[in-house]
Design a protein around this ligand. Sequence first.
Ligand SMILES: [Zn+2]
Length: 280
Amino acid sequence: MPTPPDADARRAVAPVICYPTDTLPKPDMALYGKVREGMIKVSEIIAEPREAACFEVPAGYVFRISSIEGPQVGDLNLWNAHDLGERFYSGKTRALHGTHVTTGERMWSSLPTLRPMATIIHDTLDWYGIDAFGGSVHDVIGTRCDPYTGNLLQGGHYHHCCHSNLTRALAEHLNIPLREAEPHIHDVMNVFMCTGFTRDTGQYFMKASPVRPGDHIDLFAEIDLLGALSACPGGDCGSEHTSDVAPCHPLKIEVFAPPPDVLKDWTSPDTNAYDRTHGR
Ligand SMILES: [Zn+2]
């Protein structure tokens, strides 16, 4: 189409933030700081390379995901431990907090509950910011690598994409068939993954994660959680995924109990207050 004469003026219109967050309830970071100071480790589990692991975190507890042997990206799913219908809503989290999340930001649940499931209370990669390519860490843009997209683009049947790893782990944890577990797998938070959009073509890109062994992210469980974490076959996601090509490393998940009494006045967030009458 011909470029209209006022094209530059139209392009020069300043953007507005879709969802200003000034009215979002603010997380009580001082309280979470006290939880972190005195928390006591109760369990740990390893997500082996190109596999996933499930873990449960009671409300008020903290879970930590750590890089342990080498740079590695993790694909994280979260559910309400008592209702798998309430699960992490990557799209709305992205709308509220932007393309990447860090300390003080939250993982929100699906409609109609739309409430904080977990709050990031510590992130050793919070220094990274946004790099010269527009890349940043802890992506909530991506979906999860899956064998269907792999089949569409490359053909073949690769079985260790995060989607399959998460499906197997959930099926095993709940002792249900794979076909029953698979629909519960949802778009993830890509822990430690460094991504962005190219300026010229607007394409989704990834680059080698800046994570190093010892780096970790701590999340406070706002409700009773069931989690699943896959150590992505993409490794540090610096080259490719949906294959066994990239070097892969395990990820450690630790669960910590809060110190006694710190949370005595704290309660889990309520489900969303919208009346659900939808105009009828
Ligand atoms: Zn993956």
